[in-house]
Structure formats: structure tokens, C-alpha cells
Design a protein around this ligand. Structure first.
Ligand code: ZN
Length: 244
């Protein structure tokens, strides 16, 4: 009888939130890639930046062999030869699509001016839209990111929206892209300035007396103006900036 294949996989950095180092045992005669082994331990491929085996870089399609020890690393600023970077870095302004459990985070991102598509329920449709529009999937569902169609994705660790915002802002260096009050919290549309005279029939009497600057959502036409809510949000944004 052929011996079973035993390998060990050690995770580093933020990947230890998702899985612990482990020996795994595979049936002999089955060609298993290191990618399959890593995903089986609960770490989606989108979280893996590079892998080493005995100090040498390997790719996802490496077939594992008995006795091997793999080290698996998350996104980092280390200089890795390009062909061994397993998750491409996202270029340009980050744009997200969020699963249906992350509504609070979606609202916070929009408040900060970050593109945050939200509202699609089915996983397959989220994956399809992400692929067509080059969006980063934010989710708490590991299964979704194990789908090989997913190019960019991140498992949100925290359960609390404010912590989630800090976490995602750090991971994607969003600070450079913050542009508060330029995006509609309801629909993700861009806000455009609009003259007060054009919307007089659409705002309450009291608001008319108190404010002169307005903007309108290019998507749902909701009208925005300053006020106590605005000040509260400003304080929130200042606080977030301290952590990211
Ligand atoms: Zn809107």
C-alpha cells in the first residue's frame, strides 16, 4: 500500500486570523495542488500573496509531495519576483462590492466617498459583477472567495462596522482616496453641487432658511445639505483618520 502524503502549511500575518498552521494528510496517487490544500484549510486564494517551500517561491499549481513544508504569506510590501505574486495588487482607486451582511460598512465607505456597491444577494451575481467591473469583493463568506473566478477579494474579520471600516481602510490604504460627502449613502451615486434656486420645491422650509449649499445625487436625486448630522459625521471621519 502506498504511503499517505503528509505536508505542513504555516500561515503568517493576517492569515492566522483565518487558519492555524497544520499538518495535512492526503491520499496517495491524487495530485493535489498547494492552492487546493490552502483553500481546504479555510484560506481563500485571494488572501495569499506568496508561498515558499524550503526558502524558494512556488506557485499555486505546485503539486504537493510527501514531507514538504510550506509557508504562506498575506499581502505585504515585500519585494517578490513578479511571477510569484499570486494575488495581483489592485491598481488605482479601490472600488468595492460588498456582500449583503456588510450594509453598515457599505454606508461608511460611501460616506467617505469610496465606491461601495451593495445590495446584490446572490453570490454568483456578486462574483460576476466584480469580474465585469473590476471590483474588490468584501465578504465574510470564505466560500465565495474560493471561487476561482474571483480575482480581488478580502474576508472582513471584524463583526463591527466601525472596526470593519478601519480594517478595510488599512488593508487598501484608503486614506489617500477619502473624499467625504461626495457619494450618496443610499445608492452609491456621485453627489453634484446644485443651486438652491433649482430645488426650492424639494426641501423643507426650515432648511431653506438655514442653508445655502446643496448637492444632489446623480443616481437617486436625493438632496443633501449640512446640519447636525453632517457635523456628527465629520467628527466620526476625524476619529477614523487617526486609526488608518
Ligand atoms: Zn443616491
Amino acid at each position: 500500500m502506498e504511503k499517505k502524503i503528509r505536508i505542513s502549511i504555516t500561515f503568517f500575518g493576517s492569515l492566522t486570523d483565518l487558519s492555524k498552521a497544520r499538518m495535512i494528510e492526503l491520499e496517495p496517487g491524487v495530485n493535489q495542488t498547494i492552492k487546493d490544500c490552502i483553500e481546504r484549510l479555510g484560506v481563500p486564494h485571494t488572501e495569499v500573496y506568496f508561498i515558499t517551500l524550503n526558502g524558494k517561491f512556488v506557485k499555486f499549481d505546485k503539486i504537493v509531495e510527501n514531507g514538504e513544508m510550506y509557508f504562506v504569506y498575506p499581502d505585504s510590501d515585500l519585494e517578490i519576483p513578479e511571477e510569484y505574486i499570486l494575488t495581483p495588487k489592485y491598481e488605482g482607486e479601490p472600488k468595492f462590492i460588498l456582500d449583503i451582511h456588510l450594509g453598515g460598512l457599505a454606508r461608511y465607505l460611501r460616506m467617505l466617498g469610496i465606491y461601495a456597491d451593495f445590495g446584490i444577494i446572490e453570490d454568483e451575481k456578486i462574483i460576476e459583477k466584480a469580474r465585469n467591473e473590476d471590483l474588490i469583493i468584501l465578504t465574510k463568506d470564505r466560500m465565495m472567495l474560493k471561487n476561482s473566478e474571483v480575482k480581488y477579494g478580502y474576508i472582513v474579520r471584524s463583526d463591527e462596522p466601525k472596526q470593519q471600516l478601519i480594517e478595510v481602510s488599512r488593508r487598501y490604504k484608503l486614506k489617500n482616496w477619502f473624499n467625504p460627502f461626495k457619494r450618496c449613502i443610499l445608492c452609491n451615486g456621485k453627489l453634484l453641487p446644485i443651486e438652491k434656486s433649482k430645488i426650492l420645491d424639494k426641501i423643507p422650509e426650515k432648511v431653506k432658511e438655514m442653508y445655502d449649499e446643496f448637492s444632489i445625487c446623480s443616481g437617486c436625486e436625493k438632496i443633501y445639505w449640512g446640519g447636525t448630522h453632517y457635523e456628527k459625521m465629520n467628527r466620526f471621519i476625524e476619529e477614523i483618520r487617526k486609526y488608518v
